[in-house]
Design a protein around this ligand. Structure first.
Ligand SMILES: Cc1ncc(COP(=O)(O)O)c(C=O)c1O
Length: 498
């Protein structure tokens, strides 16, 4: 690589990368036409709307980005990750998908719907409490009367079951790495033996990283070089299948068309690129992949392991935010952090674009130290060694309440109040707690925010609201507003409205 050459990128497609051996061995034109790296599942772009909430501090302007509207049944933030994850599953020839989560997991529900849409079998390992599905006599579970179906058909489970998902009830306390992952592997083996199908394993929340590594290090490298010197660089694609991706900062499409047609090397001027511009070419990446897959003349850039794939969902979401003018219109972006993938994708993109927006993630489980550790590990893994999680995200603690997926009466009343006063439905596990956190911090600790123009990312999850937990709040707790059902059977009666 020369730093002295004029503004030039050279792509040498003849040298295929070596590290993606399993996939590359199959790169015949026929196979290439079937290759997938991305599967459109979501209804994107999602809108940004003004959020008219009562009692906002003076001067604060609050908006909401509706990622709860990425679809109806297949909704919420998980869709963005699944677009990459499921494509990877198909690309690897898997006929079944195995994943895990809580008994009301949004991630599992979305994965079940996505799998069925794509014709794949679906297996869900759901963490539950024994009393969810076993009769308990004097505090002791009666195993002789066990009936797993008793776990119910409410909320996300309703959809899981409608999708015909194979559900395995596991103990709530089983940690992913130690317990669930080995069991998922055993299940995959069993599925292979009985049906001959390979399984694609998706980690909890769809959020780990493994394969992204190269793409982001290449990105980082290129961007650092371009922004420091303003010069162009030689990027041999053969040396790194990833670097090629980031060579398409300008004239990306033309390059790929030329390369696909001839298989030769091309000179590409980089002039005019900046960090923000790169994100314009994450969509160009999509075009690249399609072109590459169609022509069969070039090497393939696989989406990588499931971990990387998930992260990409929210790196591209950031691009969408940029297209929506978010970087000019807002000072702060607030969201929920659960397993960390959504936050990490947004923070990486925010950092790499040099954007000044401040990202706050409200923790609904674990604590700030845990999430910083997780994000720092990811940053290391993807080669971003010059930045720390603590510098790029403000993790807001104090709003997980009784714990993950557990609600207090106050929290449920809050969700109902927000619906009544603003028409936005929040979910009890993630966005409800996060919004509570946002409003409380605005009232008590406003200096934590960069400015007054705040965008909340609604990440979906509302099926969790339909698991029966709201009943007592609606029927009793807030009867005065939520129980407005009247008897006016007799047409001659006066209207019963109070
Ligand atoms: C509705 C909703 N919001 C936010 C999150 C948190 O996203 P992440 O797990 O990427 O941190 C989840 C994760 O399950 C979710 O279902």
């Amino acid at each position: 690589m020369s730093t002295e050459s004029p503004l030039i990128l050279v792509v040498r497609p003849a040298n295929a990368p070596t590290q993606v051996t399993g996939d590359l061995r199959k790169t015949t034109a026929e196979n290439l036409t079937e290759r997938r790296w991305f599967e459109r599942l979501g209804q994107l772009n999602t809108p940004i709307q003004r959020w008219r909430l009562d009692d906002l501090p003076a001067g604060v302007e609050l908006f909401i980005k509706r990622d709860d509207m990425t679809g109806s049944t297949l909704s919420g933030n998980k869709v963005r990750k699944l677009e990459f994850l499921m494509a990877d599953a198909i690309d690897r020839g898997c006929g079944a998908v195995i994943t895990c989560g809580g008994v009301q997991s949004n991630h599992c529900r979305a994965t079940a719907v996505a799998a069925r849409q794509l014709g794949l079998d679906i297996h869900l390992m759901l963490r539950s409490d024994v009393q969810d599905w076993l009769p308990i006599a004097n505090g002791v579970p009666d195993w002789s009367a066990k009936n797993p179906s008793e776990v119910g058909c409410e909320g996300n489970l309703l959809q899981d079951r409608l999708m015909g998902a194979n559900v395995y009830l596991v103990q709530r306390t089983e940690w992913y790495e130690e317990k669930l992952l080995p069991r998922m592997k055993r299940l995959a083996q069993r599925i292979k033996e009985t049906s001959g199908k390979d399984s694609f394993l998706i980690p909890v929340g769809g959020s780990n990283l493994a394969g992204l590594f190269g793409y982001i290090t290449a990105f980082q490298e290129l961007m650092e070089q371009v922004s420091r010197t303003g010069k162009l660089y030689l990027i041999p694609v053969g040396g790194s299948n990833l670097a090629g991706l980031f060579g398409y900062i300008t004239a990306f499409q033309e390059l790929m068309e030329q390369v696909c047609r001839t298989g030769k090397s091309y000179l590409i001027p980089v002039g005019g690129s900046n960090l923000a511009g790169l994100f314009g070419y994450i969509t160009a990446f999509q075009e690249l992949m399609e072109q590459v897959c169609r022509t069969g003349k070039l090497y393939l850039i696989p989406v990588g392991g499931s971990n990387l794939a998930g992260l990409f969902g929210y790196i591209t979401a950031f691009q969408e935010l940029m297209e929506q003018g978010v970087l000019d219109r807002f000072d702060d972006l607030v969201l929920t952090v659960g397993s960390g993938g959504t936050t990490c994708g947004l923070c990486v993109a925010n950092y790499l674009t040099g954007s000044k927006i401040k990202i706050h993630a409200v923790a609904i489980c674990d604590d700030a130290a845990y999430f910083h550790r997780h994000i720092n590990a990811t940053l290391q893994e993807i080669g971003l060694t010059d930045v720390r999680s603590e510098d790029i995200v403000d993790i807001i603690e104090g709003y997980k309440g009784r714990g993950y997926a557990l609600s207090t009466k106050k929290e449920l009343e809050f969700v109902a109040n927000i619906a009544q006063t603003s028409g936005i439905i929040l979910d009890p596990v993630y966005t409800g707690k996060a919004t509570m956190g946002l409003l409380n911090e605005l009232r008590t600790n406003q200096s934590r925010f960069h400015g007054n123009r705040i965008l909340f990312l609604h990440t979906g999850g509302i099926f969790g609201l339909y698991d029966g937990r709201m009943t007592s709040i609606l029927k009793d707790g807030m009867r005065h507003v939520t129980d407005r059902v009247h008897d006016w059977w007799n047409p001659d009666d006066d209207p019963p409205f109070p």
